[in-house]
Design a protein around this ligand. Structure first.
Ligand code: DX5
Ligand code: ZN
Length: 221
């Protein structure tokens, strides 16, 4: 099955966001991945509502918003108003996850939960039936261009088994260090959504890199 491909705006050229978004609009990308960082949950600060609203006006792709912030439950409606189609919170940042997830869904968005590399997938067992997506961080969150953590394959397989066991319809998204080399192995392990920042925007032909990621399943053994 072809994966959903979500280029990460974090690696775009912020001096020419218009043309980078235009490239994504005209590409095989399915979603546009948006990383919001607060400098508290992660040691980096990216951008907030004004940028997101400007991106929403230009993008024809659904916005896949990944919140790396403390207290994300306080901003759910504002992210809906700013144009999020998928809203993903970190397990490590929310005490009342069921409440936050059902709130996201009640506002018409897909609800995702993200796990840092050290957080076990088993912790999601009870919440999985309410999730549209699980985002596995395959690097430590905060920065683009890091090296993929190889032990993530085992985590993907464990999550896939848990999704089947709980009868959940959640998609598995991976974020961090995804590239043209590992994409097909990730899809084979059970991944449905590939986020890629530097593998797309660091490529001499970003649209072609997106197409290659999209077709990576045809390279499966
Ligand atoms: C990292 C972000 C990622 C980042 C991925 O914390 O969540 O979305 O943009 O960048 P690459 O694909 O370069 O690892
Ligand atoms: Zn992300």
């Amino acid at each position: 099955m072809q994966p959903i491909v979500a280029p990460s705006l974090l690696s775009a050229n912020f001096g020419h966001l218009d043309s980078d978004i235009e490239m994504i609009n005209n590409s095989a990308a399915d979603w546009l991945h948006i990383d919001v960082m607060d400098g508290v949950f992660v040691p980096n600060i990216s951008f907030g509502f004004p940028v997101l609203e400007a991106v929403r006006k230009k993008s024809t792709k659904p916005l896949d918003v990944h919140l790396m912030i403390e207290n994300p439950q306080n901003y759910i409606e504002r992210f809906r108003d700013a144009g999020a189609s998928v809203l993903t919170l970190h397990y490590e940042a929310v005490d009342h996850l069921h409440s936050a997830v059902t709130h996201i869904r009640s506002l018409g968005m897909k609800a995702g939960v993200s796990l840092n590399p050290h957080t076990p997938v088993l912790l999601l067992e009870e919440i999985l039936p309410w999730l549209d997506l699980v985002l596995l961080m395959t690097v430590n969150p905060g920065f683009g261009g890091q090296k993929f953590i190889e032990s993530s394959y085992l985590k993907i397989r464990k999550l896939k088994a848990l999704i089947i066991e709980t009868g959940s319809a959640a998609l598995i998204e991976v974020d961090g260090g995804v590239d043209l080399q590992n994409a097909s192995s990730l899809v084979r392990a059970g991944v449905n959504v590939l986020v890629a920042g530097s593998a797309v925007f660091g490529s001499p032909d970003p649209a072609e890199a997106i197409t290659t990621l999209k077709n990576c399943d045809t390279r499966l053994a």
